[in-house]
Ligand binder design. Structure first.
Ligand code: UD1
Ligand code: UDP
Length: 378
């Protein structure tokens, strides 16, 4: 049995890494790894950390790439290799343009598809954009839906998918953290070693979503800036995404702010260690919403919509939107009200138990060895 795993961006690589490692340890499976290279620097650091050497690298990245660039360049590259590799199954993870391109290519080549992190829905096609659409479009092409939670499974059932094709596995994001993080990590950056995590309140900030580019991102940054100006014990660490527009907005709002430390994107190990050390997280990231609660850190989700309601319902995360007042008000509350902080910090992480990759590998091997796999009826 040959399984082709395709990913292209930082978060896909992080969440797919435990599956690559698990499948490579199984004798029954030949595992072929391909990256589209949708991300370059941000992807390569992850490959190094998890010791993954892709068998194929389509190397499609170009600065300022459009959504069409990513889709067309990925599909052209995939088309070239799909016949040569001739896999029994394609595995993709999440909701990026790489995921949809690989899914569509596999579909055109008659290859079955397993979708990891299936069934997340914001129910707004424009937020997250274009990820909500990518995830739904990939779902349509999928034979095996690996849903992280029961709520994700319910979303798929409501859309009419066959229950026999949906498997609740937990999210591999927790497997990756459990594998990679170390309590005694020492940062390479002096600044991060020197911050006074015990006596200062360190806010970890990330922001990159396409639908937040422009005014929403400016609002979020201004709220963070004013909180810093009003609270001498607050400092911010902001690993800035490589998207030039994010860099421009962050420069325009945070220039002259010496307690807002804008740094390059961190490698996954230091980044996860920073989540462990910080006081709280402000982010529009999908993955970070799932990771920070693992370290007991409250997350303010600076987005209008989320497809990750489990964290909000468990109390680990709060959806605060992208308007200045709401972001500021919620930051003030967490910084000044110890009870509100404690309630979020002590909530239970709902995203998994670190065994998702093992479950997914078991299901793949079992289903594909059986005549009655999910595609049996077709
Ligand atoms: C992509 C995904 C998004 C995911 C995010 C994770 C799509 C449409 N979007 O968004 O779902 O949340 O990755 O970070 O698939 N850049 C670099 N080097 C890199 C990576 C990015 O310079 O290694 C810069 C480039 O200028 C690039 C820009 O960032 O044009 C945006 O990258 P892109 O992959 O198009 O979108 P992301 O915003 O990263
Ligand atoms: N991450 C990282 N370095 C950083 C910021 C984030 O390694 O400087 C990791 C983070 O731990 C998480 C993933 O990247 O696993 C999230 O990626 P991102 O926020 O870019 O994408 P999303 O999850 O929103 O798709």
């Amino acid at each position: 049995m040959k399984v082709l795993i395709v990913f292209g961006t930082r978060p896909e690589a992080i969440k797919m890494a435990p599956i690559v490692r698990e499948l490579k340890s199984r004798e029954e499976v030949e595992t072929v790894v391909m990256t589209t290279g949708q991300h370059r620097q941000m992807l390569d650091q992850v490959l190094e950390i998890f010791s993954i050497k892709p068998d194929y690298d389509l190397n499609i990245f170009k600065p300022g790439q459009s959504l069409t660039d990513i889709l067309v360049r990925s599909m052209e590259g995939l088309d070239k290799y799909m016949e040569e590799i001739h896999p029994d199954l394609l595995l993709v993870q999440g909701d990026t343009s790489t995921v949809f391109a690989a899914g569509l290519s596999a579909f055109y080549h008659g290859v079955e598809i397993g979708h990891v992190e299936a069934g997340l829905r914001s129910h707004n096609l424009y937020s997250p954009y274009p990820e909500e659409a990518n995830r739904k479009l990939t779902g349509v092409l999928t034979n095996y839906h690996f849903a992280p939670t029961e709520a994700n499974r319910d979303n798929l059932l409501k859309e009419g998918y066959d229950p026999d094709t949906i498997f609740v596995t937990g999210n591999t994001v927790i497997d990756a953290l459990a594998y990679a993080t170390r309590e005694d990590h020492i940062f390479e950056e002096d600044l991060l070693n020197q911050l006074d995590y015990d006596h200062k309140k360190i806010i970890l900030l990330t922001c990159h979503r396409r639908e937040n580019l422009g005014k929403p991102m400016e609002n979020i940054f201004k709220a963070v800036k004013d909180v810093v100006l009003e609270n001498p014990d607050v400092e911010v660490v902001f690993p800035v995404h490589l998207n030039p527009t994010v860099r421009e907005i962050s420069q325009s709002v945070f220039k002259d702010m010496d307690r807002v430390h804008r740094i390059e994107p961190l490698d996954y190990l230091p980044f996860s260690h920073l989540m462990r050390q910080c006081h709280l997280v402000v982010t529009d990231s999908g993955g970070i919403q799932e990771e920070a609660p693992y370290f007991g850190k409250p997350v303010l989700v600076a987005r209008e919509e989320t497809e990750r309601w489990e964290g909000v319902e468990a109390g680990t995360a709060k959806l605060v939107g992208t308007h200045y007042q709401e972001v500021k008000k919620n930051l003030d509350l967490l910084l000044k009200d110890p009870a509100a902080y404690k309630e979020m910090a002590q909530a239970i992480n709902p995203y998994g138990d670190g065994q998702a990759a093992k479950r997914i590998a078991d299901i793949i091997i079992r289903s594909m060895n059986s005549d009655r796999g999910p595609s049996y009826e077709k």
